[in-house]
Write a protein that binds this ligand. Structure first.
Ligand SMILES: [Zn+2]
Ligand SMILES: [Zn+2]
Ligand SMILES: [Zn+2]
Ligand SMILES: [Zn+2]
Length: 228
């Protein structure tokens, strides 16, 4: 699903909206974020390495996340987060790997993030070894200090819904026809009105477009909400 323009996202700290390409830079210089980090670091507790992760779908670059992840959290916690916000359909297997489809490059889910991550590291997350979702995880920064919340992962920004247009008119598309996709290899995306008139019903009800790169894959139907 190609959007007309780069998706934009909001900074969780100051609310500023920027295009994907600018968010990395913004988060590094955001004063509200710096203040939040300072406040977190004022709390009691053991310091740890905390990683800034830039995450995107390997093919649909309109879908991206900026997360902060605690070094003492396990990769399983990142897996659970990605499943909740983007991927989960029928409980498929998943893995993190430094190289796709190479057995020695797999990272054990029990491994702590600080044993895997360093600035510049890049991993691939694979979900479902049939209709596979591939997600690229890049470590773009790290800080030593206290986490932002009581959770192992903190959502700093995500893309807004890609703006896609109905195949029949100029309105925003909200529904996807699976028959168009599977039988004709076409992204059959329609507005509310045109999906009702659309003749296909061979693959059940149309799928609602939600903010996830897994729409149209396997039985995925959202909700594409962060777990916390
Ligand atoms: Zn900001
Ligand atoms: Zn599935
Ligand atoms: Zn329409
Ligand atoms: Zn159709």
């Amino acid at each position: 699903m190609a959007a007309k323009k780069q998706t934009r996202g909001k900074c969780a700290f100051c609310g500023k909206e920027t295009a994907k390409g600018w968010m990395t830079r913004h988060l590094k210089s955001c004063e509200a974020r710096a203040a939040a980090v300072e406040k977190a670091d004022g709390k009691k507790g053991t310091e740890q390495n905390i990683y800034h992760l830039q995450i995107e779908d390997a093919y649909q670059k309109d879908f991206w996340l900026h997360l902060e992840m605690n070094g003492n959290a396990t990769m399983e916690e990142l897996d659970a987060y990605l499943r909740a916000i983007w991927l989960e359909c029928c409980g498929h297997l998943s893995e993190f790997t430094f190289e796709a489809w190479s057995e020695d490059a797999t990272v054990d889910m029990e491994t702590r993030a600080d044993k895997v991550f360093s600035v510049g590291a890049e991993l691939l997350h694979l979900y479902d070894f049939g209709t596979t979702s591939e997600t690229v995880v890049k470590v773009i920064d790290e800080r030593e200090g206290q986490p932002m919340s009581e959770h192992p992962i903190f959502l700093m920004s995500r893309n807004g819904m890609p703006e896609v247009t109905c195949l029949e008119c100029d309105r925003r598309a909200e529904w996807l026809c699976m028959e168009c996709l599977i039988e004709d290899g076409e992204m059959g995306i329609f507005c509310r009105e045109h999906i009702e008139e659309h003749p296909h019903d061979g693959y059940g009800d149309p799928v609602e477009l939600v903010n996830s790169p897994r729409v149209g894959m396997c039985g995925y139907d959202g909700p594409a909400e962060p777990p916390y």
